[in-house]
Design a protein around this ligand. Structure first.
Ligand SMILES: [Zn+2]
Length: 335
């Protein structure tokens, strides 16, 4: 993973690069970013940058042996810890039991959340954990001398899942072995042990803006510019959600909405009942998306009135629809 693979987050990338270049690297960083901000891929790109043998100002080279190993998640000096489940009952699982699955997951869903991860290892209803055994394994891994690089790096994803086992790590975080870097990557600081928080340096990963999400959707998910803007506006800066929405974009919410408003205003009961029957067949998730879209479009209409069409990014389709319906709020014509 290189910085260029990470959506947006330019200010944070710069901040991280400066930490390295000015030798101000703290030995324990706490990356705090909500779901879909890319905190985990950013931590991975940062680890690769640190270990790269041929980095330029602000980016890893991508081709040196260290970069290639980091990108393949096989660098012996980058250790990953994440929530796991027992493979069979009574098992005491550690993260490295799941390394092949982890590599697949990161390759397919780098912006996925812990739910996606646990589903990918068939956790079903089982609760994931970062276990005491994993904490012991971290000790063991970090006690070893680094194999190839100057630094040993531990990326611990979702310290929310540490529980009391986390107390075991305190001493290690407080007095780490030489040339060791901890990167904790969390979504919710309130669920992380305060004692861990207080021993780390906070790096806040902000929510993406709509334009960044839209550009990424165009480039990485092959959406048209207009579709991308529409999906981005619904995702609230959460790229995971945006990918999810893009996958379910086959239904054209706007035409459902237009038919609904027409049925209410012009169609009479029979048309309305027909519409209700059609929408009933969509299923709960799609109905939720539809209502979400309707709510979003109302918001866009109000913004259009206040800010005007140039005041914020909006898809052409949404703009036309919102403008038409705000001009004649009681009649929404079928185009
Ligand atoms: Zn490199």
């Amino acid at each position: 993973m290189q910085f260029k693979d990470i959506i947006g987050q330019e200010a944070t990338k710069k901040q991280l690069v400066e930490m390295v270049n000015r030798s101000r690297l703290s030995h324990a960083l706490f990356f705090l970013g909500k779901e879909g901000t890319g905190a985990l891929p950013l931590a991975m790109a940062f680890a690769q940058y640190i270990l790269c043998e041929n980095k330029t100002e602000g980016e890893s080279c991508g081709v040196c042996p260290a970069c290639k190993k980091a990108a393949g998640l096989i660098h012996p000096d980058i250790h990953y810890s994440f929530p796991v489940i027992p493979k069979k009952s009574g098992d005491k699982p550690i993260s490295s039991d799941y390394l092949p699955e982890w590599r697949e997951f990161i390759k397919g869903l780098p912006y996925g959340n812990v739910y996606d991860w646990l589903q990918s290892i068939q956790a079903e209803n089982k609760q994931g954990n970062i276990t005491t055994e994993e904490c012991n394994d971290i000790f063991r891994q970090l006690a070893l001398k680094s194999y190839e690089a100057e630094y040993k790096i531990l990326i611990l994803w979702m310290p929310e899942y540490l529980g009391v086992a986390g107390n075991k790590l305190l001493k290690l975080i407080e007095e780490p072995p030489e040339k060791t870097l901890f990167i904790l990557v969390a979504e919710n600081e309130e669920k992380v042990l305060g004692t861990i928080l207080s021993r780390t340096q906070l790096v806040k990963i902000p929510v993406l803006d709509n334009l960044e999400v839209a550009t990424a959707l165009e480039q990485k998910a092959n959406l048209s510019a207009d579709q991308a803007l529409q999906v981005a506006a619904l995702s609230n800066g959460n790229y995971r959600e945006a990918i999810h929405l893009a996958g379910h974009n086959e239904e054209d919410w706007q035409s459902y909405l237009r038919d609904w408003l027409n049925a209410i205003l012009q169609g009479g009961n029979i048309v309305l009942v027909k519409w209700i029957e059609d929408v009933a067949k969509l299923g709960r998730e799609n109905q939720k998306q539809f209502l979400f879209y309707f709510n979003h479009l109302l918001g866009q209409s109000i913004r259009l009135r206040i800010l005007g069409p140039e005041g914020f990014p909006i898809s052409e389709k949404d703009r036309d629809f919102a403008l038409n319906s705000t001009r004649s709020p009681l009649l929404v014509s079928r185009r």
